[in-house]
Design a protein around this ligand. Structure first.
Ligand SMILES: *Cc1c(COP(=O)(O)O)cnc(C)c1O
Length: 379
């Protein structure tokens, strides 16, 4: 198999047979001509399948070392499709600090379909075993998690789950296949918010599911077709274009994040930094073994209170104050007020999402400029 950078550039990007376009054309058509009823060139209607989407899905599958990939209209639509493969009464055990929108989808919508969600700190293996029930069908995890960057032992979890016939789904949005390939570690499903690093340019909302499990692939493919939360051809085209630079982008994100993490850890106005690449991170050893890099997300606690945090958030110039992450431009945000506002206040407190917590998505600008910007905002 070719290397990841080669596959990122070439997978699903073979020149177009009609005119030899080196960049395959964007197929916007909703429907496709048939030569006689039921006879066509592989596509009949774009919800069921589209050439641009298919090429992009081929690339997604290749990068995660999976057989099947499905492009959804958002990360949450992708998660929704996975959970809809369950039956009423089934249970899902989920990381306690999942992305706020995932929590909202589970807690306010899917729970009402009689799926039970049990939240646990998946870094605590004994607590996890106590949380698993007789009808637990999935373990849903994010690693590194959002916003606390907890790292979960995927291999251990998959072995434990397999012995109980439980499937493991990993939200790989933060690490990307550049730094972590959960299917290789035994996971059954990889999910992405393509909106973030995969597209990488903050101009597409999208989601993806990748799996080697034939039964799941069949169910998810059917849900994608029958419920219809497909990614549009244009967005598939954009995300596939973004993927070509995924490897170089991730290397730059991580190199700068590491520098910034080290700088902030020494900063007199910073109480604590959470970054899996720092030896002070609670799961640093596990992260070094499980991942090929630590990605570009980092979280820190400023000294003081909410007002001190707000002052920093308002004062950065290169870091834009905005939700989301994973684009080429650096972003700064306040999880308690912004991305994680959908978690009840007492849950946030229990998890450690404090008022002084600030999350950075480190972009690919010059790291010296980013550090200067943070210094002036903190100072
Ligand atoms: C953004 C995000 C999602 C949701 O994806 P959307 O594309 O916004 O629907 C899920 N998980 C993580 C880790 C995210 O960052």
């Amino acid at each position: 198999m070719k290397g990841l950078s080669t596959r990122a550039v070439h997978s699903g990007q073979e020149p177009d047979p009609s005119f030899g376009d080196v960049i395959p054309p964007l197929h916007l058509s909703s429907t496709f001509a048939q030569s006689s009823p039921g006879e066509h060139k592989g596509f009949d209607y774009s919800r069921a399948g589209n050439p641009t989407r298919q090429r992009y899905e081929t690339c997604l599958a290749s990068l995660e070392n999976g057989k099947h990939a499905f492009a959804f209209s958002s990360g949450l639509a992708a998660i929704d499709a996975v959970i809809r493969t369950l039956s009423p009464g089934d249970q899902v055990v989920c990381s306690d600090d999942v992305y706020g929108g995932t929590f909202r989808l589970f807690d306010r919508i899917l729970k009402n379909q009689n799926i039970e969600f049990r939240f646990a700190d998946l870094t605590d293996h004994s607590k996890l075993e106590q949380t698993i029930g007789a009808r637990t069908k999935f373990i849903w995890l994010e690693t590194p998690s959002n916003p606390l960057l907890k790292v979960v032992d995927i291999k251990y979890l998959c072995e434990m789950a397999k012995s109980r016939s439980i499937r493991v789904a990993v939200d790989n949005t933060f690490a990307t296949p550049v730094f972590q390939r959960p299917l290789e570690l035994g996971a059954d499903i990889v999910m992405h918010s393509v909106t973030k690093y995969i597209n990488g340019h903050s101009d597409v909302i999208g989601g993806a599911i990748i799996t080697n499990d034939e039964e799941l692939a069949e169910q998810i493919g059917f849900l994608q077709f029958a419920a219809g939360a497909v990614q549009s051809p244009f967005d598939c085209y954009m995300a596939h274009r973004g993927i070509k630079t995924l490897v170089v982008r991730m290397q730059q994100h991580q190199a700068s994040a590491m520098k910034i993490a080290q700088h902030l850890e020494q900063h007199p106005k910073v109480h604590k930094v959470l970054y899996p690449g720092l030896p002070s991170h609670p799961q640093h050893t596990l992260a070094s073994q499980q991942m090929d890099g630590y990605s570009g997300m980092l979280t820190f606690f400023v000294k003081g209170n909410l007002d001190d945090a707000k002052r920093v958030l308002k004062k950065t110039r290169l870091f834009t104050l905005a939700e989301s992450l994973g684009g080429v431009e650096s972003l700064i945000e306040h999880p308690a007020i912004m991305t994680h506002a959908s978690l009840p206040a007492e849950v946030r407190k229990e998890l450690g999402i404090e008022d002084t917590l600030i999350r950075l998505s480190v972009g690919i600008e010059d790291s010296d400029d980013l550090i200067e910007d943070l210094d002036q905002a903190l100072g």
